[in-house]
Structures are given as C-alpha cells and as structure tokens.
Design a protein around this ligand. Sequence first.
Ligand SMILES: [Ca+2]
Ligand SMILES: [Ca+2]
Length: 295
Amino acid sequence: MIGRPAFLRLPVIFIVLGALLGSTWTGLVGAQPAADQPWENGLGMKFVPVAGTKALFSIWETRVRDFEAFVSATGYDATAGMLSKRDDGWRAHGDSWRSPAFPQTSLHPVCGVNWEDARAFCTWMTETERAAGRLGPNQVYRLPTDEEWSAAIGLPREQGATPKERNGKAGEVYWWGTAFPPPKGMGNFSDEAAKRGRHPDWNIVVGYDDGFEDSSPAGTFAATKLGLYDLTGNAWEWCEDFFDGKAGSRVMRGGAYSRLGAHHLEASFRLEVPAPRRRSDFGFRCVIGLEGRSP
Ligand SMILES: [Ca+2]
Ligand SMILES: [Ca+2]
C-alpha cells in the first residue's frame, strides 16, 4: 500500500483540528439557556427547568460567592440597616450580609439582602451574561413569581388571584409530603440544634435536628424531585410579586432556619415583607425567564 505524501495529510489534520476547536468554541460562547434543559452560568450557578413555567430555576439559593461577585464588580452597597439576631433579639446591630452575626462561608446563601438588592443582582447578571454571549436578548435573570415558586415546590394550581388569597390554602402540605416533624435531612429549619445553641428562645420543630443553629451551605440537605435545594428552610426567598397583588409589601416563600412561626414551612405559606427590609434570614433564588420579561 502506498502512503499519501505528507503535504496531502496536512489539510486533513487542519480540518480535524478546526472541527475540534470549533466545537469547543461553541460550547464556551454559544451555550445559552434553553427550555427543558439544565444549564450552568458563568458563576457556576446551576439551573433546572420547572414544568408549568417558562423559566429555569437556580437549584441553590444565591450564595455569598455569587453576591460577592456582583458587589465586587459594581460597588453595590447592601450593608445598611440589616436586622440580625443577637442576645437582645432582632435589631439593627450593625451586621450585614458580609457578617450576619453567625459564621458564613462563600457557599452559604447570602443572608440579609432586601428585595431591591436581589433585583439589582438579577439585573447585573442579565447584563453580564448577555455581554458574555451566555444569555439571549430575550432571556433575563429575575426573581420567581409567586406562581412559579408554587410550581417549583410542586403545588397543584392554586385558587386565588393574589398571593394573599392563595396564602396557606394547601394546609399542612410540605415539599416532602405531609409528615411532621419532617423526616431527617429535609432541610435547615429552626430545630433542636438552634435551641441547644444560640437560640434557646426560638420556637422550633420539636424532635427535628439538622445540626445547624443558623444558615447552612447551599445544597446540604435533600433536593426536591426537580433537583432544587433548600426550597423550604435555610434562607427565606424573595418573590417578584406584591403580597396583595397591587402595591406595598412583597412575598417571601419557603420558611427559613430561623424562629419558627405557625405554618412557616408549609408549601403554600407566604410571608408579607416590605421590599426595603434586610434581615439576616432573608435571601433569594434566581430564575432565568426564557421569554424576555424585564427583571
Ligand atoms: Ca437548623
Ligand atoms: Ca430557602
């Protein structure tokens, strides 16, 4: 068999190399989010589809490292006036998301941000990821709507025109089912560990011990069947909507690691909170809207 001259092999090598480089390049700059596909952004935040919505949900609450990237890039100041829990209760102690009166690593949820801070993060992410070619012109980062959040936790379609009207209507239903106290490992709630530790004054889930007095690293506990972590517990999560559908306070969902109030952990519970309020158990989860609503 007669071999081909070396100069004839070179084009073949270039074609193969070109194809390899081309596919790598596509993977780096062309991988924009798509419906029904899991996706990872430039900060390593992971997103999954949620049936019944036109959005991808972050599997984690927004982490300290994510928010830190935003603050480093923009100089945004989210430090004033946060309420934190110390021995004299919830007050403005001069703490902030950077140091909320308990230990946090970069992988914990950012704790102590208000609705406006959360929206500012989303706006920055949209601009940054569009500039990097990772987001299409009609795709945006934003907070979930109240109805999208309900879809994420698996509630069937709810009756009621506003979050206020839908509040609590599903009763004693939790993301893990109807067992209470929850089976071990379902999330970070106000628990026996909190009571033993820094928070002897808190109402807790009696008989449940998650080992964390305050926040826990995002993704420590079991995920829902869609792959969402800490949807109940750890940090409260801001939603887009007004509580009454028109004006005033916003909606938070999912309960938290903090003092347990009646019904806080139920899937259909809504907390009514003024948008400017920063408290050390307030965080958020981003979604990527695939149909171009403004953040
Ligand atoms: Ca706990
Ligand atoms: Ca949460």
